[in-house]
Design a binder for this molecule. Structure first.
Ligand code: HEC
Ligand code: HEC
Length: 363
């Protein structure tokens, strides 16, 4: 019987296979090393910085970015003229008085006011119109001189600047309107007109008023907003929302966000979109339009929380005589669009906006 040659053949095959495996292993390793070298040291690697940015990002922003992260400076950006540059001495004095009334309203008309006590609440105009109404997207007065008198749907009539100032006095300052001819009203309006001088008639310049926030596709949530409030707001505005005032002072260090001395429910800030837009780009103090601190969601949720707290009421039955012109986030009925008061207060606002647009297109 011939000897079975298999064992020798097997051994030779195994040896050959072993060599082959060693070789492919070596080749694979070399190719991998080469690739790694090319990728790491010779290729542009935008994915790396993107990946790094993603894993180190602290913000959990919803997918509605605020535009390019680095805004290129715009030479056409609106800036307010300086009151000190006014050459007429009498006019300059009036403008300075108007500016001071806006910056320190409470000193003159607040609970300890020198002209009249309790004509207004604890707020200064400047608490909401930052730097006496001159901050870019800080609810400034850039558009006022150029766009008033104008029709306003809230009152259903033409409003001049006096009427608009008294609107804020009666609502944001929860106070009593000033006589148009009074020295104080004259000075404030002169100042507001001065701030917006040179703005082309009929146009609201870029950066005026409050910057709009993209809408959420869910209702704003007061419970989530409470968490934001505790983390980002209460150190200044206090746990009870009533602000902080030094003993004997005539104005607040940190103004009240709710309670008897804050704005009433007929005020502009009581609408969620105004509050969220103001806060996103100006609060916590130090935030700016080009360096916000809160995410959009946090801004909407904290708006829902603050505007669910107790505050003075205003009789607004005469507001919005044409109910189809009520804004989507005006929370008091009757409504032309069929949505509930609750949805008008917290959203989601997209469907309301769409319905209102359709209704008004039929007019
Ligand atoms: C609690 C915040 C708050 C305070 C305080 C406040 N305002 Fe306002 N003001 C607003 C908001 C919000 C708007 C914008 C409302 C809107 O767009 O519906 C506004 C609008 C205005 C406008 C119209 C701006 C424009 O471009 O149409 C003028 C003028 C104005 N305020 C003057 C004043 C003056 C003067 C004072 C003080 C006497 C004052 N406001 C106090 C919140 C406030
Ligand atoms: C570091 C202190 C500080 C923090 C934190 C802070 N604020 Fe303010 N806030 C201020 C000051 C000061 C003003 C008045 C600004 C002025 O007069 O220049 C103000 C004004 C306001 C106003 C307008 C005036 C009023 O009383 O209604 C609102 C609304 C507001 N803050 C909301 C918030 C919210 C919401 C947060 C948290 C997300 C917050 N702030 C965090 C200091 C702070």
């Amino acid at each position: 019987m011939a000897k079975d040659p298999k064992p020798e053949q097997d051994a030779a095959l195994r040896a050959a296979l072993g060599h082959l495996l060693n070789l492919t292993g070596f080749l694979t390793l070399s190719i991998a090393a080469l690739l790694a070298y090319v990728v790491l040291f010779t290729q542009p690697k935008p994915w790396m910085s993107a990946w790094w940015a993603r894993i180190t990002a602290t913000e959990t922003e919803n997918p509605t970015p605020d535009g390019p992260p680095t805004e290129t400076p715009n030479p056409a950006i609106w800036t307010a003229p300086s009151v000190d540059g006014e050459s007429d001495a009498a006019k300059r004095k009036q403008l300075r008085y108007g500016k001071d009334l806006i910056a320190h309203t409470s000193k003159y008309f607040g609970p300890a006011g020198t002209i009249e006590k309790n004509r207004t609440n604890g707020l200064n105009c400047q608490n909401c119109h930052l730097d006496a109404g001159t901050t870019y997207f800080g609810n400034n007065y850039a558009a006022v001189a150029a766009t008033y008198p104008k029709f306003r749907a809230r009152s259903g009539g033409i409003e001049n600047v006096y009427k608009r100032v008294n609107d804020c006095i009666e609502r944001s300052l929860n106070g009593r309107a000033l006589d148009t001819a009074s020295e104080e009203m004259q000075a404030m309006v002169a100042y507001i007109q001065f701030v917006g001088r040179g703005v082309p008639k009929g146009k609201a310049p870029e950066g005026s008023g409050i910057k709009k926030l993209p809408l959420l596709n869910r209702p704003a949530d007061p419970n989530r907003g409470k968490i934001v409030y505790e983390a980002q707001c209460q150190s200044c505005h206090q746990a009870d929302g009533r602000g902080l005032i030094a003993q004997g002072a005539a104005e607040f260090t940190y103004p009240p966000l709710w309670g008897a001395l804050s704005y009433n429910d007929g005020a502009g800030l009581y609408r969620l979109s105004n509050f969220a837009g103001y806060v996103k780009y100006n609060m916590p103090q130090g935030a700016r339009h080009d360096a916000p601190i809160l995410t959009d969601e946090e801004a909407w949720d904290v708006a829902a929380y603050v505007n669910s707290q107790p505050r003075p009421k205003k009789d607004i039955r005469a507001d919005w005589p044409d109910i189809s012109s009520k804004p989507f986030d005006h929370p008091f009925g009757p409504f032309a669009d069929g949505f509930s008061a609750k949805q008008h207060k917290f959203g989601p606002f997209g469907p309301i906006k769409a319905k209102l647009a359709a209704l008004n297109a039929q007019k």
